[in-house]
Design a protein around this ligand. Sequence first.
Ligand SMILES: Cc1ncc(COP(=O)(O)O)c(C=O)c1O
Length: 314
Amino acid sequence: CVRNRVLDKYPDYSYRDLRRALARFYRCREENVLPTAGAGEAVNLTLIAVRPRTVVVLEPSYGEYEDVSHVLGIEYRSVFYRRDGSRFYLDLSHLDEACLDEDTLIIVTNPNNPLGIYIDKNLLIPYLSRCRARVLVDEAYIELCSRCSIEVGHDLPKNIIFVRSLTKWLSLPGIRLGFLYTEDDELYRKIDIVRQPWNVNSLAECLALGLVEYENEFKRFIEYSRRYIENEKKRVSRKLIDMGLTVFESDTNFILVEVGGGDRISRDLRKKGIAVRSCTSFKGLGPSFIRMAIRQAKENDELLDILSKEIALG
Ligand SMILES: Cc1ncc(COP(=O)(O)O)c(C=O)c1O
């Protein structure tokens, strides 16, 4: 793409080919795909265009939803996953009140960040489709979840906006590429109006066009990543449990661990060049948790080694 000097030109104003490529790869309708600069932009644009009175988020979750809601003057409410020993679970009926209000936007991160829990779409979508509220389902991590479908699909409930990211599974956060999908044509038009022209850069556009030419290779890469993550996650989890830590079952590429002093541990690991996410800022969690990403086995072993020394020190 760089050699073809795509950066010398503006991207296509209406992203026709890009929408077609995404629609083909994800098996959805091209007229309902709206390319964005990452899932992050898709979330912000939805909040700006919908401008609900209230946003209700299943927590713990990605903090950006709350920050943007506050700036836009939208009332923000949380509905929490519950903890039962070494697992978190969700009772969908806790969303019943929000579901009945047409001036509410419910946000569900699926799989959840930082819990890693995936709510089966066959349960989630029928429930959400009966809501009068709109719902944003943020599927930024879905390609890295072994039991999840890559496809977005079509003939979907009009009150649901699906958000996808290409930065996670391609491991290219700098490329800034994602999209949203809604079959509500009026909402689609509103979001399209508030997005900045050329919001997706021409390098990301060019790369995503390769999804058509190399569809099988990209899909094999996703399958490979999923298998690798599953195996490595099992191995790392076993070692963490052997250290006496509580590990929460995850459907995606990170695991939530209860370690005690999460802040101190993440600070000390950072000094050694290893980044784990302290969960202090996640509502419903707090400083005793960390979220760690599954990486190459050598890097995971390094982390486990340092972590076991940290824990021995108390
Ligand atoms: C749940 C969730 N949604 C969206 C994003 C933003 O992703 P992107 O890099 O595609 O903008 C993140 C980033 O961490 C995230 O955790």
